[in-house]
Write a protein that binds this ligand. Structure first.
Ligand SMILES: Cc1cc2nc3c(=O)[nH]c(=O)nc-3n(C[C@H](O)[C@H](O)[C@H](O)COP(=O)(O)OP(=O)(O)OC[C@H]3O[C@@H](n4cnc5c(N)ncnc54)[C@H](O)[C@@H]3O)c2cc1C
Length: 545
């Protein structure tokens, strides 16, 4: 992973000429940004942890698992939001931890938390480091130092219960490796966010992640049936049955808790069979409004595709749904509908009409989940709602480039443009107002930005809106973005949307989250924090206002 950018440097992408022209002509980008700082020139504060404290940490995990090198500290500084990258490009390593700890077991995590609580050392749980909401930059105030607790060594697939379709896995397992291990058993999680290449299972649970195939496989929190968590006050082992009426579900308190209550050390996850067949195709709608209506009918009446994504007019024009061909977009609004299911089609042939609820199974082999059945049924709905079929070529283009768009961000930042994403969700009836509110806030806060949007997570009652914004860098680009972010967050709250559908809260959404919860809700979070982490060492400054 690039320390000041995204992903594998070998996959770095040049900006296509059409995009360079657009930056110049439409957005007024005239000057490239200042060159990114070299690794050697990143400014780091001295390590504040005393040799005695470092030795005590090493007594728990072993000397070789306590890293204080520049390289280790820089690679664990912040996450991968655009402000994070802009600060790293400017050589600002001020949020670096003093040390990186690599525990090898639940017991070591628990012992480290006890020691850090006694020594007042702040602890930042660190998965893939792909956080985009400031959730890895803990506050130092009042602490002897800050350590990053990197879970990379907890990377085993522990067990597979094929009968229940439940696996137990460790939190540091990265998504591609998890899929590779599961595939040996013919299983998949079906969780493919755009950060797939680097993010971990623990990070997905801690931040309530949602992947590109959420219509078929659900969000990551839908997949979690059990969690083991180490807290400074002791262990939690939650989830012993698929559903329970035994009081409130404490798993929900840990899902989305972003490391402030405890460290997830094991996950029990619902899995599905690897689909034998995948078909992705494109549809065109005259407007975002018409396309949204079609997605709503699919979500409410079925049959649901596995992947369902609608780009608005601007995103379709730029071609963001086909990142390998960006700049070569078209008019109106593009829908990508993907179907995954068993290789063998049922003997009785395609099924028409409403057959599958969004949260029900896929890949179970039942006729209701047949690719051709759902494709025909969903196709009939899309056509009835005004969609024009475009065949499988747009679907193949989307599939080919599905993880490549983030690589363009580094080239845009270097070219002198800022690009960032904003996401929210709301009920169907509120969606048009939410869409307008976010767009207007961005257009008001930035000078002639390009604002694109898509829907890619649908539910019976509503959907998420995912905006991508590109603007010319003016003055201090971090301050420029922070002003826009403040305006958009206020607009989301005022329009009745949630401050995050899947990126989480971190530092960046803390105040808006408090507004969403209200004072009693915030007090509940504080009370839980006081019980589980009385010294407040876990991710101080994150999530809880
Ligand atoms: C280019 C890009 C694309 C993205 N696309 C998507 C997307 O499509 N869908 C989506 O949902 N998100 C997306 N994200 C956001 C991010 O990938 C997710 O939030 C992901 O869940 C983070 O996983 P991670 O392993 O990188 O966690 P990290 O970034 O390391 O950590 C995230 C938060 O969880 C805490 N944490 C991590 N592990 C644990 C643990 N074991 N126990 C307790 N707390 C822990 C951390 O302290 C931090 O606060 C994207 C990010 C980028 C940069």
């Amino acid at each position: 992973m690039l320390w000041s950018g995204w992903g594998d440097p070998a996959k770095a992408r040049e900006l296509p000429p059409q995009i360079r022209e657009l930056l110049h002509d439409l957005l007024g980008v005239r000057e490239p940004a200042a060159p990114a700082a070299s690794f050697e020139s990143v400014r780091l504060a001295p390590v504040t942890l005393s040799p005695a404290r470092l030795a005590a940490l090493a007594d728990v995990v072993g000397h070789e698992q306590v890293l204080t090198s520049r390289a280790a500290r820089i690679r664990h500084t912040r996450g991968k939001s655009t402000p994070d990258l802009l600060r790293m490009r400017a050589g600002d390593g001020s949020a670096a931890p003093d040390a990186v700890l690599l525990p090898g077991s639940h017991q070591e995590v628990a012992a480290l938390l006890r020691l850090c609580a006694a020594e007042r050392i702040a602890v930042v749980p660190f998965g893939g480091g792909t956080c985009v909401v400031g959730g890895l930059a803990a506050s130092r105030s009042g602490f002897a130092g800050v350590v990053a607790l990197d879970l990379a060594r907890l990377d085993r697939l522990v067990s597979v219960d094929a009968e229940s379709m439940v696996v137990t896995a460790e939190p540091g397992l990265r998504a591609p490796e998890a899929e590779r291990l599961l595939e040996r058993h013919g299983l998949t999680l079906g969780h493919f966010p755009q950060s797939y290449e680097y993010a971990t299972l623990g990070g997905f649970a801690a931040a309530r992640s949602s992947g590109q195939a959420s219509a078929g496989y659900g969000r990551f929190d839908d997949m979690v049936v059990g969690l083991t968590v180490a807290t400074p006050s002791g262990d939690l082992d939650l989830g012993r049955a698929p559903k329970s009426a035994a009081g409130p579900d404490l798993r929900q308190l840990l899902l989305g808790s972003e490391g402030v209550f405890g460290v997830i050390t094991a996950l029990r996850l619902r899995v599905r069979r690897v689909p034998g067949r995948r078909v992705y195709e494109g549809w065109r709608f005259a407007s975002f409004r018409e396309g949204t209506a079609a997605l709503r009918v699919l979500a409410q009446e079925g049959p649901l595709p596995t992947v369902l994504r609608l780009s608005d007019e601007t995103e379709t024009m730029i071609g963001l749904a086909r990142p390998d061909d960006i700049g070569g977009g078209s008019s109106s609004c593009l829908v990508i509908a993907g179907y995954e299911g068993p290789a063998e089609e049922p003997a009785e042939g395609p099924i028409e009409g409403p057959v599958e609820r969004p949260t029900e199974g896929l890949g179970t082999g039942s006729p209701a989940t047949s690719v051709e059945g759902r494709r025909a049924g969903a196709g009939a709905v899309l056509a009835r709602m005004g969609g024009v079929p475009l065949g499988t070529e747009p679907g193949r283009a989307w599939e080919h480039g599905r993880f490549s768009a983030p690589y363009l961000r580094d080239s845009l930042l270097a070219a002198g443009a800022t690009v960032e994403t904003i996401e929210t969700a709301g009920f169907w009836s509120a969606l048009p107002r939410l869409y307008d509110a976010v767009r207007l806030a961005l257009l008001g806060a930035l000078e002639s930005p390009l604002v694109m949007c898509h829907i890619s997570h649908v539910y019976e009652t509503g959907a998420s809106l995912y905006f991508t914004v590109v603007t010319a860098q003016k003055g201090d680009p971090v301050a420029q973005w922070e002003r826009a972010k403040e305006a958009v967050s206020a607009a989301i709250v005022a329009a009745g949307g949630t401050i995050s559908h899947h990126h989480g809260v971190g530092r960046d959404h803390r105040e808006a989250y408090a507004a969403e919860l209200g004072p009693v809700g915030v007090d509940i979070l504080r009370a839980v924090k006081a019980r589980l982490d009385p010294s407040g060492i876990l991710n101080p400054g994150i999530l809880i206002p």
